[in-house]
Ligand binder design. Structure first.
Ligand code: AKB
Length: 316
C-alpha cells in the first residue's frame, strides 16, 4: 500500500484509536498524526506527530507537501453538547476545517478525504425507529447543523470537482482506551469507568433514552473499510448511515450489573436530554451493508464484557 495518511484531530477519542490501527496497517511512518495538542505516549512514540490547527489550510498544505500525503482523515470537531455552549466556535472549527481539506483535494494536493458525519444530522421530525438513509434532516443542534451542511459540501465537491470524499454517520462511539469529550452519547463511556472506579454512576440522560451506539473497534474498522472500498462501490457522497446496537441507560446498567452486581445507577437529566430526544433511537444502515459489505461485530453484551475486562486490567 503506497498511501501516506495525515490524521487531523488524532488526539481525540476516535482519532487516537484510528491512528494506531492505520499505523498497524500502513506502517508507522506512513501515518502522520496531528492535533492542536500532543497525543498520548503511545501515539507520540509510534510515529510522526505534528501540531496542526485543522482550520489552518497553509500548515496542512505544508505538512502534505513535506510528507507526500495522499489521504487526509479529518477527525477534529466540537461535539454536540459543547457546541450548544460555544455555537460560533463549533461552527468555525467544524466547517472551516472541512472546507480547507476539501479545497486541498480539489487542488489535487491529496487523493482521498475521510470526514465523519453523525446521527446528529437527524432531528425531531425524522422517523425515530430504523431511520432511513434518505429522510428528513432538520437538526435542532448547532453540531447537527454543521454536520448536515458538511455532508452537502462533501457531495458538492464530489459532484462539481470529482473530489473522492467519503463519510459515515457515526452513532455514539464507545471506547475504554480513549475518552470522548463534549458529546451527548458520552454517558455510555463514563458509565463503565464509574462502574469500575466507584461502583455507581449518575446519568445525565433519563433511563429510557434509546440511542444508536457502536463499539470503537467496529467504528475504526468501518472507517478504514469505507476508505479502502473500490470507488465504483461508493454510491453515497453525503454520509452513510451506520449502525451496530441501540440501548437505553437502564439497559446498559443492567448489562454492567451482570458483571458487577453491586453497581448502582441514578438519573439526573440535564440539557443533553433535549439533544438526545431529538435523535433517532435506531438506524437503518442497509445501504452501507449492501454497497461495501459493512458488518458489525459487537453487541451490548460482547462490548460490555470486553470493556470491563480491559478496564479491570488497566484501573485495578
Ligand atoms: C455526540 O454525542 O455529540 C457524538 C455524536 C453522536 O456525534 N457522539
Amino acid at each position: 500500500m503506497g498511501e501516506i495518511i495525515l490524521v487531523l484531530g488524532a488526539s481525540g477519542q476516535i482519532g487516537n484509536e484510528l491512528t494506531q490501527k492505520l499505523r498497524v496497517l500502513y506502517g508507522n511512518n506512513h501515518v502522520i498524526a496531528s492535533d492542536i495538542r500532543e497525543g498520548n505516549k503511545k501515539m507520540m512514540a509510534s510515529g510522526p506527530f505534528e501540531i496542526i490547527d485543522a482550520t489552518d489550510k497553509e500548515t496542512i498544505l505544508a505538512t502534505i507537501k513535506q510528507h507526500k500525503v495522499t489521504q487526509v482523515y479529518l477527525l477534529a470537531a466540537i461535539l454536540s453538547a459543547t457546541a450548544e455552549q460555544h455555537p460560533q466556535k463549533a461552527w468555525d472549527l467544524n466547517m472551516n476545517s472541512l472546507l480547507a481539506v476539501l479545497d486541498l483535494a480539489k487542488e489535487k494536493h491529496i487523493k482521498q478525504v475521510y470526514w465523519p458525519s453523525s446521527i446528529a444530522v437527524f432531528g425531531p421530525n425524522t422517523p425515530k425507529i430504523n431511520t432511513p438513509q434518505n429522510t428528513v434532516m432538520q437538526p435542532s443542534t448547532v453540531y447537527g447543523i454543521s454536520k448536515v451542511a458538511g455532508e452537502f459540501w462533501c457531495n458538492y465537491y464530489h459532484e462539481k470537482f470529482g473530489v473522492d470524499v467519503r463519510s459515515l454517520r457515526y452513532p455514539g462511539i464507545i471506547s475504554w482506551n480513549s475518552k470522548p469529550g463534549g458529546g451527548t452519547t458520552d454517558y455510555a463511556v463514563d458509565i463503565y469507568f464509574n462502574a469500575i472506579e466507584k461502583g455507581s454512576y449518575q446519568c445525565f440522560l433519563a433511563k429510557n433514552t434509546r440511542l444508536p451506539m457502536m463499539y470503537m473497534e467496529d467504528a475504526v474498522n468501518a472507517t478504514i473499510q469505507l476508505m479502502q472500498t473500490d470507488v465504483k462501490n461508493i454510491k453515497n457522497r453525503t454520509g452513510y448511515n451506520l449502525a451496530a446496537m441501540s440501548f437505553t441507560p437502564e439497559e446498559i446498567a443492567s448489562e454492567i450489573k451482570k458483571h458487577i452486581p453491586e453497581f448502582k445507577i441514578s438519573y439526573q437529566p440535564d440539557f443533553r436530554q433535549q439533544i438526545a430526544d431529538s435523535w433517532p433511537a435506531s438506524i437503518d444502515d442497509s445501504e452501507a451493508r449492501s454497497d461495501w459489505n459493512w458488518q458489525h461485530k459487537f453487541n451490548l453484551s460482547t462490548m460490555t464484557k470486553d470493556i470491563l475486562t480491559n478496564l479491570q486490567k488497566e484501573l485495578l
